[in-house]
Design a binder for this molecule. Sequence first.
Ligand code: SF4
Ligand code: SF4
Length: 462
Amino acid sequence: MSGTAEKGGGNLLRSLDYSVLQQCMHCGMCLPACPTYVETLRERSSPRGRIAMMRAIADGDLETSRVFAEEMYFCLGCLACQTACPAGVDYATLIEQSRAQVEASGVLDRGQRRLVRTLLLRWVFTSRRRIKLLAKALYLFQRSGLRRVVRASGLLWLLPAKLRDLEPLTPEIQSTFTRRLYEQRYRSLNPTSPRFRVGVLSGCVQDIAFSHVNADTIAVLQVNGCEVILPEAQQCCGSLHAHNGDLASARDLARANIDAFSTEEGGVDAIIVNAGGCGSHLRHYDRLLADDVEYAGRAAAWSQKVRDICEFLVEIDFRPPPASPDADVLRVTYHESCHLKHGQGVSAQPRRILESIPGVELTELAEADWCCGSAGIYNITQPEMSMKLLDRKMGHIGDIRPQVVATGNPGCVIQIEHGLRLKGLSARVQHPVSLLAAAYERSRVEAAQRDFSPESLIVEGS
Ligand code: SF4
Ligand code: SF4
């Protein structure tokens, strides 16, 4: 085929630096690392096959067809191929640009799809105010008993299958979001002579469904001598947009976050993130805004400062929690978030944190860095493959039956919790930083008990 007739927009793959497309030397070493290839054994569903199609489109030898579009969304974006590739293929850039090309070409355009994308990508996830408003409505639905009624009545069966399948994957919304927790408790606990001044990204899903993980993140940073700030104007990181072909919104959000963190007086030494998917994207604001005359320099400085929480703690030589006589043995295993391992190269640090916790017995999980099938919204858009991968993950977890599966990404938490429920396994899923925060808290309580004496009451009361 020759001549690329795009329905709308130009050829975005052609606008890429050609050296990125040329990096692949077709050696196939990435194939055994690619979950969609291993499951299908189809060349088209391998990194090598996908890159060949991308290059053919850039060269004008292939049209942006529906088959290409579906293959781009069948890819998990897990970036395991990037880690496996000896040629240093920049697959993250390739897949982002390819999905943007798919959206620009309009080959997948249908009324319903366009409406859902506009609502989610352009309306909900571009405003933290709207995300919180929707979260509050969802919280009422979950906690008022209405959800129980809806489940028992069978009303869910009236919904389209895709929406119905979403229900068990909806995270539990928290009653208090990060900002309020910070104002109520943590702001006043900032050290007066801090070692570092850091800004924490509260995220979108993380903020409404895992605000306790954000609180634990702030707490462990403070224990380690950091002053923590939480810029009020920060927005969603934009990874959802970038990974779904909406690079324009992703750029707007990146600019908003750069502004939000830099307006804090005195700036910050590091930008801390505790969600693998967000961190991987935040690190690449430099790439995203490389052509933005006003922001390119600031984005480059920003990318230098982004750190995953476990990575940062190890970097600053965190305080290991003291040995505790009350610490029970806790059998823990660690599942690697794809975007933490393959997108950010953070793999040893969460294990170091876990191993430092008194009582924790860390058992390696087979295929710990094999995608669990969550992959952003993949479990919604590609439920069949997602469930295959979840089954594989659950098989390995079932083999070792841990009490805790530790992992550093909210999508993985939701997906693995779903798998545990389906398989009737009783483990809980926690962020490594939450286990560390609990160990610090236990040692604080133990120290207070040790220091307690009846005389101190008399002194206090006198
Ligand atoms: S990102 Fe993951 S699913 Fe996609 S090609 Fe690479 S290894 Fe395969
Ligand atoms: S390992 Fe790298 S160079 Fe080899 S086929 Fe895969 S993407 Fe291409």
